[in-house]
Each structure stands twice: as C-alpha cells, then as structure tokens.
Design a protein around this ligand. Structure first.
Ligand code: GCV
Length: 849
C-alpha cells in the first residue's frame, strides 16, 4: 500500500513551504547536511500523491545501486513531502532497481530487454503476481543510477507516464567535465570562488562539496571529472598528491563519476629526475608506465589523462621534433593495460603570430597540425577539440577538425564557465550555441555528417568519443550565479542526448530548480533562450567574436586589444572595412579546411551566413548583408538591440517577484540590473569605436549622440581630475574623472533639459582594491547613495569595471527635474579605488512602466 501520510490534508504542503523557506534562510545547510546548493536537484515541490509505489528496493549491493535507491527516496520526498521506505517487504507494490542480470535472476518470469547498453537503462511498470512494480533496470550499476535520476526527473518535469516504457542510453561514452583548478586552490577562469578540490598545494580535507558535485554530475549522466588545470600540471603526479587524488576518486565513485587528471608531458623531467621528456625515449616511456601503475594501485577505476602541450607556454613534443601523436601514444600505452584513455587537446597554436602577415591565422592551427596525423593515434586516444577554431567565443564556426579526423576518436570541448561570455555576471544560456555546433552538418564525404554524430562515433565508426565541459565550479555556489547552473545542466543533458533542444532543456531545468509555477517556469525558460542572442548582439556580431582583449581579463570591451598582437583573435578592422579574409582565393585559406560543400559556402561572400560574415571575409563597412542592411548599420543596430534585450531580461524577472524565494529573487535581480548596465558599456564602446573607424554616421542618429548624458569631464569639478581612459572606447568620449583628494571629490552640472520626471543613471568605475562611495543630490537634496563594492577585473578604469547605478526616485516613480536644477555626484575614494566617474545620464521614463 502506498504511504499517503497527511498528503490529502495539505499539512505537508504547508510544512514543506516553511521548510523550503527555512532552508533558504539557513543557506540550505543545516536541515540536509548539504554543504552547497542542490540547484536543480532541489526540485520544485508538487502538491498531490506520489505517482509511484512507496517502497524502493535495490536488487544488488553495490554502492552505486545504494545511491540509486537513496536518490529515489529523497527525490520523491522532495517532490511530495513523503519519503518511500527503502528496503521493501516483497509483498507491497514497489520500485525495484538493479542491473539486467540482477533483475533476471530475481524475476526470471519477467522480460527485460537483452540489448541494454552498459550505461543505459530501462524503466517500466510491470505486474508481478498482482503487485505493481516500477522497475529501473540498468545495463550496469551506473545505468541503474542514471535510471533512478531519470525517473525522478520525469516525475519532477511532469513527463512521467507509468504506462510508457522508457529506454535510454547515452549518445557517447566520454561525458566529462574539466576543472581548471590549481593545487593552491585558485581556479583558472573560475568565477565562483576557490576550489572544492584543492587548497595549499594539496587535496582539501573536507571533500563534502566534491561528493555533492559528483551527485549533480551523475544526475545528468556525466561520468568523468578531470579535476586540475591543464596548465602547470606536473605536481599532480607527485606521490603525495596521488594519495589525495585517491580520496577525491573515492568520494566521487558512489556517483559513478571517474577521476581524471591533466598531466604535463614534461613531468618525467620536471618531477621524475630524468634529463628528457622525449616521448620516444625508453626511459621516459618506462617512467610513464610506472606512474600509471602507481595511480591505478590507488585508483583502480582511474579514467585517464588530459593533455595540453605545445600551447600557450606549455611544454610539448615539438621540443624534440616529435608530434602530438607521439606524445599521446606515449601516455596511451602507459594507461592501456589499466583501461585508461588520453584526451589530447587540439588546442595547439602559436601565440606569437605576426599581425602584419595577412596569411597568418590562428584558426588554421588545429587542422593544420592534427589532420595530417589522422590514423596515427592509438585506440585509447581521443582528440579533444574546442567547438570553434579560436577559443570559446560568443560566435565561431564549428571547428573543421571534426571532419578532419576519420580514423581518430574525437570529442568536443565546450566551456560551461563563461570565460568570454560574461563570466557568470551576465546571464548567457549557452545551450542554443552548443546546439548550433552539434547540429552543424559538415558534409564530410558529401553526405550528412552532423558534428554530434561524428563525436558520437557514428559517422566514422569510432568506438570512443564525447563531450567535455570546462566547468570550473568553485565554492561560491558552484558557478557563482544561480541561473548559470542551467549551463552545467544543459551540458550534461546534451552529452547524454544531443538531439534534445535547448529550449526543452531550459524548461526541464527551470521545472526542477523552481517551485512549480507555470508563469515562473515559462519566464525563466524565455529569459534563458533570449540571453545568448542578446549577448552576441551587444558584444560582437557578424562573427567578429567577443570583442574583448585576449591579453586581459576576457571580460569587458577591448576592441583594439584583440588586434595588433600575436594571439590571433583578430577582426582586422581599418578605415575601409572590417573582418578577416579567411577565403582560399584571397585570404588565409582557413575556409578550405572544411569539406568541399561547406568550404564552398564559406569561400563565397554571397553564401556565407551573415552571422559569420566577418569571421570569413573582410568587407567595406557599406557592404550589404543578406538582410539588405549595411554592415556598419547592422553593427549600430545590433548593439542597441542587444542592450535593450539585456534590459528586458530584468523586466521579465521582475514579473516573477513573489514567486521565488526573496533572497534568490534579489540576487538575480541585482545581477540582471548590472548586466543591463554593462550591456550599455559594451554597446557604447563598440558603437563609438566603429563610428570613429568608419566615419559613417548611424542612420538612426544614435551613435555618438547621447542627449541625456552629462559627461564628468564637462562638469564643475572639485577634487576630481580629468583622465584619458584606456582603451579609449571604454569611456564615453574616451575620458573620465578620478578623485585625487582622499577626503572626497564632487562633479556638478546644471540641468538644461525639459522639466519632467526622470531616472538618473551614474556610470562609474568600480575598481579593485577598495570600496569607493558615491552620493547623488539635486539642489543639495540627497537622492541616492551607493558603494562601488563589486568584485570586477582590473585596477584601472576601463570596460571591465565600468558600472551603472540608476536612481529611480521614491518607489521607483522617478526624480523631478527642471531647468536650472543643480545635479551633483560626490565620490569618496577608498584605498586604491579612486571613485572614478564617467558620466551621468538623465533617462526618460517613457516605456519603463
Ligand atoms: C587553461 C584560453 C584560456 C586559458 C586556458 C586556455 C586553454 O586561452 O584563456 O586560461 O588555459 O584557453 O583552453 O588551455
């Protein structure tokens, strides 16, 4: 009989609501002993009866199966406020979990499919001598666990139908996250605090968060986690570190997540005492074989090594005239006896390219280096290829190397941490971009060869392949931003099934993350879906990539910064035009690396899609897009459109007020407000830069004209000094003011516009190393005060830290202004934050309410 304790009375609903609120208040710690946010496993709460039996029983005794039972029990409890009992009495209806073999011996008369893949599962409702069984059968223990999570997900997303049998198997065997954690506890390109794995040069004592992370990963089918940075990895092979890594592996094992590590190919020399790390040297080979033995003695299910070599300063086989295949095979042969694999990164390029060489092209590197090696890699090597030929930009074409390796296993590397896509301060749901990459048909051999099917191994009949998500989670709420968790979720779901749509995944995530409210779920889904196009619109449209400085923080606008250096993330703009000619006929020849049909499409201006036009071609600003608009007008329009779209995200979120926990609501609201302000920084930087470069005015009269803007450099200044901002495009008019008087400074303007009610925005620079304070008053009356207390890149005023504060008056009804009013901003510096100010802007309220 099902346990329906108190469910009808509604008591549990009330209790549940209070419990959920209390969990939020306590930072979700005390009641569950959970140390970090459960995010989508928190599960929106349902009112009603659990649609499954209230007993759960494991047929086997493996830890992973026990995990599976626990997840079903806890999942039903979270969703319905009533926990099934674990164990089962053999007489009641029950949920039964086990492997195919276990099920067959326990229920010889019941049929289960004979073709389940090892990590696949089968869920069905069956009748056993009058008892209702919901059976979750896995091809292996890991399949059982994935089935358990799938059952809970189906129930949580209201797509569980007991009458329908579910059979699923992952599309590809390698489904890993890569973490770029350093032994000292810092994380490269991590935007959420310190490492959950390491501190002070060793593995942390407290690995609770690691277990909780493994649980999140397992819930979406991720089966491997590489825990350390691909750079400077030699210390991770020291014996003491291997002992610590064993503890990490032990912690992740109950979730079926296998440990992998990045290794430095120079380790035999750096830590092994050898004079060389030449891959063909027998002593080097023996060193790696012994190291693999040492690792497997501690971690028998160790997954393998990831390698970055001959790239961005990392040592590599090129030092000895050897190839990536030589290096990869060296490691592969050490791992092969134990069943491990090598993920060799195709991110190999020269970062000292000559900008003046019109044939130089970083985009060519991966194909030029790896295509000739096709067929030369051992069977347990997988070449790990970033989705695009450059580096995780907001828009790139898919890497041609996916079609260039027919006799080699390949995997796609994506970035969950938003290095070039807003660093989690901007809401950018990346699944729509990843889908474009996965669905892209490379037309290898002039037939349908979508990238997803290549990495699944289907197209070239490769046994290994997969998806790797560079995740870089930290102790500050995994990714730092609650909505960014949709990206981690989406990565796992797409690695499991790349045929899911981005919208389907967004909705699935929202349903599980939030309370079941249709408006809330629809709004969050919509916001997620709008976010990547918006980001692309206000950062770098038409395939210019993210127009940030690749030598800096990779965050704010730095248009000139991406040119004139050896890093090759160029867009080659000049007074005549913009874009990089990568055609075969007149450019770098990159377009010719694609299979013929795709190469032909990108070779011609006429057939290159607008959104990649400037990636493949250099055109005059007056060149007309397929839409009929000129390139320059599109640049202006898309930036204004993108900034408006960013502002709309905040407006949409405002409609869910009261439907989510107030602290969560406020956290997301503040982030979206910041994003809307930073989108204006991006918009203005690119628009004023392109206006100056092209000399062509905006047909809509916006570029260079800011009617409500009062520049700080034009104000009556007291204590403030006018400075040139670098890069110039990051400040309005290239200038700002910085306070040189420790006790404080002020900037004052006399209002000359129409009388009315307005918002007043202040654009200031929130620098590292101090918390400057600002206050705004009108005719001596205090209007607003705020602190520059965010954590943003850079100690110099620029687009990384240019921030907008908007004063909206009492109850948000605006501030009355009339001609002759005196507006004043007081800035008080703190430590190395000089309360720098760019401008204030009087904003019309029209269209706000
Ligand atoms: C770990 C980009 C990042 C680097 C990163 C590199 C890589 O260049 O900025 O921090 O290095 O990619 O993928 O290896």
């Amino acid at each position: 009989m099902r346990n329906r304790r108190d469910l009808q009375s509604g008591k549990i609903d009330l209790f549940r609501a209070i419990a959920v609120a209390a969990l939020f208040a306590a930072g979700a710690i005390a009641a569950t002993a959970q140390t970090m946010d459960e995010t989508w496993l928190r599960h929106g709460y349902f009112h009603g009866f659990p649609p499954v039996p209230m007993h759960v029983r494991a047929l086997g005794h493996e830890p992973i199966e026990k995990t599976a039972v626990k997840e079903i029990v806890n999942g039903v409890d979270r969703l319905f406020g009533s926990a099934p009992s674990s164990g089962g009495d053999g007489a009641s209806d029950e949920i039964v979990v086990g492997t195919v073999q276990e099920f067959r011996s326990a229920y010889p008369k019941l049929n289960v499919p004979s073709t389940l893949s090892p990590e696949g599962f089968w869920i069905a409702e069956m009748d056993s001598a009058g008892r209702q069984l919901v059976v979750v059968v896995g091809g292996s223990e890991r399949g059982v666990l994935y089935g358990a999570f799938a059952l809970i997900r189906k129930i949580a997303t209201i797509s569980w139908n007991p009458k329908t049998t579910i059979t699923e198997a992952p599309a590809m065997p390698i489904r890993w996250t890569d973490e770029w954690d350093n032994a000292d506890g810092t994380i490269v390109r991590g935007y959420a605090g310190r490492s959950i794995f390491f501190e002070n040069g060793k593995v942390r004592d407290d690995l609770n968060a690691v277990g909780e992370y493994a649980r999140l990963l397992a819930s979406v089918g991720i089966n491997g986690c590489n825990v350390n940075n691909v750079n400077d990895a030699a210390p991770f092979l020291e014996p003491q570190m291997i002992q610590g890594l064993k503890r990490i592996a032990d912690t992740m094992r109950p979730w079926g997540v296998r440990l992998a590590i990045s290794v430095d190919i120079a380790s035999p020399q750096k830590i092994g005492g050898l004079k060389t790390f030449d891959p063909l040297d027998p002593a080097v080979q023996a060193w790696w074989a012994a190291k693999a033995d040492e690792i497997y003695a501690e971690i028998p299910d160790f997954a393998g090594f990831t390698v970055k070599a001959d790239s961005e300063g990392q040592a590599g086989p090129a030092s000895y005239g050897r190839s990536p295949a030589d290096a990869a095979n060296l490691l592969a042969r050490a791992l092969a006896p134990h069943g491990g694999v090598v993920l060799y990164r195709a991110f190999v390029y020269n970062n000292h390219l000559d900008y003046n060489d019109m044939k130089a092209d970083r985009a060519r590197a991966a194909y030029d280096i790896f295509h000739p090696l096709d067929g030369k890699f051992d069977a347990n090597v997988i070449v790990q290829i970033k989705y695009g030929p450059i580096d995780f930009q907001a828009r790139e074409p898919v890497s041609p190397l996916f079609a260039g390796l027919e006799k080699t296993n390949s995997a796609m590397e994506l970035q969950i941490t938003q290095e070039y896509t807003g660093q989690q301060r901007h809401l950018v749901y990346l699944a729509p971009m990843w889908k474009e990459m996965l669905d892209f048909d490379l037309r290898a051999e002039n037939r349908a060869t979508p990238v997803k099917e290549i990495i699944e191994g289907k197209i070239f009949n490769r046994p290994l392949g997969g998806m790797i998500g560079v995740s870089c989670v930290g102790r500050d709420g995994w990714l730092g931003s609650p909505l960014a968790m949709a990206n981690l979720y989406a990565f796992g779901r797409l690695a499991w099934d790349p045929n899911l749509t981005a919208e389907q995944i967004a909705e699935e995530w929202a349903r599980q993350t939030f309370i079941q409210d249709p408006h809330l779920i629809a709004t969050v889904t919509k916001m997620l879906m709008q976010s990547w196009p918006a980001y692309e619109h206000y950062t770098g449209p038409l395939g210019t990539q993210t127009l940030t400085d690749p030598t800096g923080s990779h965050y704010g606008p730095g248009i000139e910064g991406s040119e004139h250096n050896g890093w090759g993330q160029w867009h080659r703009d000049d007074a005549q035009g913009i874009g990089m000619d990568r055609s075969v006929a007149t450019g770098t020849g990159f377009a010719g690396q694609y299979p013929p049909e795709v190469a032909k499409m990108y070779e011609s201006l006429a057939t290159t899609p607008d959104n990649l036009l400037l990636f493949f071609h250099h055109v005059p600003y007056t060149y007309k897009l397929h839409s009929g608009e000129t390139v320059i007008q599109y640049i202006y329009d898309s930036h204004y459109q993108g900034a408006e779209e960013a502002a709309r995200l905040g407006e949409e979120w405002a409609t869910v007020k009261g439907k989510v926990d107030p602290r969560l609501y406020e956290d997301v609201r503040a982030r979206l407000e910041y994003q809307a302000g930073h989108a204006i920084v991006w918009r203005d930087a690119i628009v004023q830069y392109c206006l100056k470069e092209s000399g062509i005015p905006d047909a809509k009269g916006r570029a260079g004209h800011y009617p409500g803007r009062l520049e700080a450099e034009d104000a009556r200044l007291s204590g403030y000094k006018v400075i040139d901002v670098t890069p110039w495009e990051d400040a309005s008019g290239g200038k700002a003011v910085t306070c040189v008087t420790p006790t404080g400074c002020s900037a004052e303007w006399t209002y000359t516009g129409k009388a009315g009610r307005f918002d007043i925005a202040a654009q200031y620079f929130d620098l590292q190393g101090g918390v400057a304070h600002f206050a705004l008053d009108v005719n001596g009356k205090a209007i607003a005060a705020w602190s520059a207390d965010a954590t943003l890149p850079s100690g110099q005023p620029n687009g990384d830290n240019s921030t907008r504060f908007t004063a909206r008056g009492p109850d948000g009804r605006g501030i009355d202004l009339k001609p002759g009013d005196v507006l004043r901003v007081d800035g008080t510096p703190d430590a190395s934050d000089p309360a720098a100010l760019d401008y204030i802007e009087i904003e019309s309220l029209i269209g706000r309410d």
